[in-house]
Write a protein that binds this ligand. Sequence first.
Ligand SMILES: NC(=[NH2+])NCCC[C@H](N)C(=O)O
Ligand SMILES: [Mn+2]
Ligand SMILES: [Mn+2]
Length: 303
Amino acid sequence: MNPSLNRLVSIIGVPLDLGANHRGVDIGPSAVRYAQLEEHLQALGYSIEDKGDILPNKPNCSYLDESNLKYLDEITRVNTELCAIVAEEISRNRFPLVLGGDHSIAIGTISGVLQHKQRLGVLWFDAHGDINTAETSPSGNIHGMPVAVRFGLGHERLLGIGGRRVTLNPQKFVMIGVRDLDPGEKKLLKKLGITVYTMHEIDLFGMAAIMEKAIRQVSDGTDGVHVSFDMDAMDPLHAPGVGTPVLGGLTYRESHLAMELLAAANIVTSAEFVEINTVLDHRNQTAKVAVALIRSLLGERTL
Ligand SMILES: NC(=[NH2+])NCCC[C@H](N)C(=O)O
Ligand SMILES: [Mn+2]
Ligand SMILES: [Mn+2]
């Protein structure tokens, strides 16, 4: 598989923070636009269409939901809309670039991509596994559940997004940068046989070697590759504006190298950058880093 680089990019903002149950990531899409995403991509020769934001309805100001699937209704609604827009942009032959928002939006993004590419490879950059279900989640926050949903595990409403039960192939799903897993997540990752490159493997073998293996795994025998990048995959030193920071993450250069190698491999057909929490950020640093990573992913080189 080697689709020629798609020069038509559609930006889709999803200012959803209900999945994190934490204010601040709802400003993520604005922060990334403010960091001049569009201008930078235009300079790289891309033709950009900004589709605007999918606006969630905020619950009453108390923002209190004590269930083990917090804000299920609204998260389902936003993801259903996101799924349709992503599918529509792909049918228009455009590359969907989704800006979060919390990571629950991966449910909608990936189900939209799956409408067109049934044999999809996914690279999931994250400090976390995001493979909880309501039964295993310590928080009830749906941003910790999208991976489980995409493997067909979770609440009926979430599984129904996209109209049909399309699920991912665990053999074509790779996690990178993981360093914080809940007990139920560890069990499920092992049961499904998912390839997880934790920080331990990245320290041991280096990002270049890990990416070489990861790229081969997700691109062989697939008809597209989706990149889901949670900014907390990076070390909080480089990306401080995230709601669930974990020490010991990817350095600035490791993250860039991963994006550069993906650009060189020319395999990525859609992407999302999520969990940018502007309230917790310093001078928009994390949004700027996200823009820098997107530029590398889309082929910018130093020389
Ligand atoms: N997308 C994220 N930042 N997820 C963090 C999840 C944290 C924890 N594992 C939970 O389920 O609540
Ligand atoms: Mn995370
Ligand atoms: Mn995540």
